[in-house]
Design a protein around this ligand. Structure first.
Ligand SMILES: Cc1cc2nc3c(=O)[nH]c(=O)nc-3n(C[C@H](O)[C@H](O)[C@H](O)COP(=O)(O)O)c2cc1C
Length: 210
């Protein structure tokens, strides 16, 4: 079946893309406004795109009622944010922080979460999350009236101690992190348990087909 994206409504393109581009990691983003008020929200238009420089990208649209999301306006104001990753244990709290509260409401407090100060930026990280990236804005791309892509440069990363197998070699026990990903539909998620290995094929081992 062919779907012509030049003909489809934006909502339908969204449905097709998020139903198939799965699983998506979830950036659980903590920002602060000018007064130091903390904000948190999850974003699954998210991934890593480069390690040199270390660049992650988040896609933010407008609030359902219109207007910039707090995460977008805070990053526009000061360019600093922490991307926490979401473990299975964090799902309920993450879901609370996705509620479109008024600006004055601190989602971290509503979700019963605690924070730890960051080392290089002002917004704190979420203590209950096993992985956090301290980021500063690399650049922002306004791709439409109501959607912005934030490219963030990672300045520092925190990993829960027990999941670090060998710090010198940067070996991580990824299954122990028990991270979750976003699937299709309004509330679809996926565990990262059940991972398997697929060794890479070297060119010298490949017999070319005629
Ligand atoms: C798992 C999940 C993924 C989400 N991904 C996105 C996303 O990629 N982009 C976006 O704009 N909103 C996304 N949302 C919705 C925002 O989290 C929601 O609008 C939030 O209230 C924004 O908060 P803020 O105004 O405090 O920034 C997602 C929600 C959930 C639950």
């Amino acid at each position: 079946m062919l779907f012509d994206f030049e003909e489809l409504a934006a909502r339908d393109r969204y449905k097709l893309m998020v139903s198939t581009i799965v699983p998506r990691p979830i950036a659980w983003v903590v920002t602060q406004d000018d007064t130091g008020r903390t904000n948190a929200a999850p974003f699954s238009f998210f991934n890593a795109f480069s390690n040199d420089p270390p660049i992650v990208v988040i896609g933010l649209d407008h609030r359902l009622g219109g207007g910039e999301k707090d995460t977008a306006s805070n990053i526009r104001l000061n360019g600093q944010f922490v991307i926490n990753l979401v473990a299975a244990d964090n799902l309920d709290a993450m879901n609370v922080t996705a509620i479109e509260f008024p600006h004055a409401v601190d989602e971290l407090h509503q979700a019963g979460l605690t924070t730890i100060p960051s080392t290089k930026i002002k917004p704190p990280r979420i203590a209950e999350s096993p992985v956090a990236f301290e980021c500063e804005r690399f650049t922002t791309m306004q791709i439409s009236n109501n959607r912005v892509l934030v490219l963030g440069r990672v300045l520092a990363m925190h990993i829960r101690d027990e999941a670090v197998l060998d710090a010198a070699k940067c070996y991580v026990d990824t299954p122990m992190l028990d991270l979750v990903g976003r699937m299709h539909g309004g509330g679809g998620y996926l565990h990262t348990r059940g991972a398997f290995d697929l060794p890479r094929i070297l060119e010298k081992d490949w017999v070319l087909r005629d």
